[in-house]
Design a protein around this ligand. Structure first.
Ligand code: BG6
Ligand code: MG
Length: 216
């Protein structure tokens, strides 16, 4: 029996994945990198801020030093955080609240496992700050997804074995991390065709979780 569900944040609970894309696009434009596309952005899902920057810089003519890269990542984060100012509970993805309620009624614990260092701010702005039994985020980790660290920390904070946890993810890196961490992986959105996923759905809203053997 499943004892906990660990949610990825950006693109699973909230629509912030689009804001990440727009902020990286703004930085790419500032740097004169016109070839940065939404397709590139799919590879930024789930991975750390610095790993995401490398995806943008793949298409740059200039070589940047480590110090310059930190400045560029900070610049993107400033654009991103500014766009988070107007975030509200309306930016939760459809069906999220109902699913969390369903899990609580079943006595299944919930956690967040996100690479984002802005996790707490996003949870506060969307009204989810007090909804989870544990939060593991980019401030807790030293390794980025696809390393399972962020999910293993979540399981540890919940006091559970990884095999008792289900991870819900919209990134390929996150599905890999969940499986390498010994967890059940539910792939949604951009990751839904990942070959390692145990369950697949368009989104939480579209998932017939009430009839899933996971929660019987
Ligand atoms: C993940 C996003 O949730 O967080 C990535 O999918 C992002 O695209 C990563 O790079 C780090 O986010 P932040 O907010 O710390 O820059
Ligand atoms: Mg995500």
């Amino acid at each position: 029996m499943v004892k906990a569900v660990i949610f990825d944040l950006d693109g699973v609970l909230v629509t912030t994945d689009e804001l990440h894309y727009l902020a990286w696009k703004a930085l790419a434009d500032e740097l004169g990198i016109s070839q940065f596309t939404r397709q590139d952005n799919v590879r930024q899902r789930g991975v750390s801020r610095m790993a995401s920057l490398e995806v943008v810089l793949e298409k740059a003519d200039t070589k940047y030093s480590d110090a310059q890269k930190i400045e560029l990542a900070d610049r993107k984060n400033a654009i991103y955080v500014k766009s988070l100012e107007s975030l509200s509970p309306n930016d939760l993805l459809s069906g999220v609240k109902e699913f969390i309620f369903f899990l609580k009624e079943k006595g299944i614990k919930t956690a967040v496992g996100s690479a984002s260092k802005n996790t707490l701010m996003i949870l506060e702005k969307t009204g989810l700050a007090n909804e989870f039994d544990a939060i593991s985020c980019g401030l807790d980790t030293t390794k980025s997804k696809p390393d399972p660290e962020v999910f293993l920390i979540a399981a540890q904070k919940l006091g559970l074995d990884p095999c008792e946890c289900v991870v819900i993810e919209d990134s390929d890196a996150g599905i890999q991390a969940a499986k390498d961490g010994g967890m059940t992986a539910v792939a949604v959105g951009a990751a839904r065709n990942h070959p390692l996923a145990d369950y697949r759905a368009e989104s939480i809203e579209e998932w017939d979780y009430r009839n899933s053997d996971l929660f019987m």
